[in-house]
Design a protein. Structure first.
Length: 445
């Protein structure tokens, strides 16, 4: 079969980039210049650069051109966890922990070993969880401001599974979902896997663009909006009462479901009521204990409108049958005996300490963060090269994320996302000083 001529141009340019003929950050010829040099049409030149970008070799920036990416940084979608050197200080992923968690698990296992229902936990469980476990979750949610009965609660294998179950039960391939222009990467990869159309809404440092959401709903048949009203990841927003009321009003007016991700909500004290409390018939509330207790404890929960519970339960059966009984039993005992509440309080204090350290070291840089969150967003100058900074930090054994995994727009913002919760305080200080130095010295800044 005859291979199109432009494929040869793609292969040749890819080989030159991989061989190091053009260094990271090098500006490639314009589309028009490439077309003239290679004797191809302008639209074909655009296709060449499009394929190179899909391969993770170049990045296009509107109004500036096409640049060679630093291949030392992660390529492709960058949504999956990246490989991090064993001795690196990892600011790319949050796994918050406080002293004593391992001993809590040892004691919980000892308690379970002596319990009378241990054999029952090794059998098949109800798809949406045992009634007593769902009751424990419902009580926990009441403390978060969501008054819901156990009949509307389903237990899942972590919040990510909860999002997947929700999307599979409520949405179909091709459905339009409104999302912020930067949002949680796990939802982006989920939506792409399920063939959903993500429609990005502009963002500011402090607010969701609800006017843009309303305009979108007028133009398109939007089936759902994905929102993190209590501690947005990565921008740290907490919607105020008026923003929550307007979002609910828009969703009600246009018949849009709300997927409320509350994974980091535990870090915010005295937050306004969840959207699921304001609009219980429209909202599917998803959260879990991975961030508030331990990332290895894959327990999440979904609170949904009663009419949607059977569909959610069928998806749980199809995807995982049920949450492991042993894990659910440990988690729900901790919910009932106050362990989760104590851990959440400790982590709020820990997160505030880490944010204060970041504010001190990164002073005068335009950081965007909530004062008790485990992450911050660091916008860079328009001419800065986030991939170059990430590669330079990797060379110093510091791992960070660029904005790419969080972007739902074709062009990612010039920004870094720093996760503060997975390293010791001395390592955090060292890593943040390295970030400050590399951001200051970046030649494109």
């Amino acid at each position: 079969m005859r291979v199109p001529k432009y494929k040869g141009v793609v292969d040749a340019l890819a080989a030159q980039i991989r061989d190091g003929r053009w260094p990271a950050g090098h500006r490639l010829p314009t589309h028009r210049r490439l077309a003239a040099d290679e004797g191809i049409a302008l639209v074909t030149a655009s296709r060449v650069y499009g394929e190179l970008e899909a391969m993770g070799l170049v990045s296009s920036e509107q109004g500036r051109g096409t640049f060679v990416r630093d291949l030392a940084a992660a390529a492709g979608d960058e949504i999956d966890q990246r490989s991090v050197a064993v001795d690196a200080i990892d600011l790319s992923f949050n796994s918050p922990s406080v002293p004593g968690q391992a001993e809590l698990l040892r004691q919980a296992l000892r308690d379970l070993a002596g319990s009378g229902d241990l054999d029952a936990l090794l059998r098949y469980q109800p798809h949406r969880g045992r009634a007593q476990d769902r009751a424990a979750v419902a009580q926990h949610l009441r403390r978060r401001g969501l008054d819901v009965g156990r009949e509307r609660v389903l237990i899942v294998n972590g919040a990510q599974h909860g999002l997947a179950v929700t999307a599979m039960a409520r949405l179909q391939p091709g459905d339009v979902v409104a999302v912020d222009a930067v949002t949680y990467p796990g939802f982006i990869v989920l939506a792409r896997t399920l063939g959903l159309e993500l429609s990005p809404l502009p963002v500011t440092e402090a607010d969701p663009d609800l006017e843009a959401l309303e305009q979108l709903c007028r133009r398109r048949r939007v089936r759902a909006v994905y929102a993190m009203p209590t501690l947005h990841n990565p921008l740290g927003w907490v919607y105020d009462d008026s923003q929550r009321a307007r979002l609910v009003s828009i969703a009600d007016r246009y018949g849009v479901s709300i997927i409320e991700d509350a994974s980091y909500a535990y870090l915010v004290e005295d937050a306004p009521p969840p959207l699921a409390m304001l609009a219980p018939d429209l909202t599917i509330y998803v959260s879990g204990l991975s961030k508030s207790v331990a990332t290895g404890l894959r327990i999440g929960f979904v609170a949904a409108p009663a009419a949607l519970v059977p569909a959610l339960e069928r998806v749980i059966r199809a995807t995982t049958w049920h949450t492991p009984g042993l894990t659910a039993a440990i988690a729900c005992r901790w919910l009932e005996d106050g362990t989760v509440d104590r851990l959440e309080a400790q982590k709020r204090d820990d997160a505030r300490l880490r944010q204060s350290i970041a504010a001190e070291i990164l002073a005068e840089l335009p950081c965007i963060a909530h004062p008790s969150s485990y992450f911050l967003w660091l916008p860079l100058a328009r001419d800065a090269r986030p991939d170059r900074i990430a590669a330079a930090l990797a060379g110093r054994r510091v791992a960070i994320s660029t904005a790419e995994p969080f972007a739902t727009t074709p062009t990612a913002p010039h920004a870094l996302r720093l996760a503060l919760g997975s390293v010791s305080i001395p390592d955090l200080r060292e890593a943040l000083h390295a970030v400050r130095q590399e951001a200051d010295r970046d030649p494109f800044r």
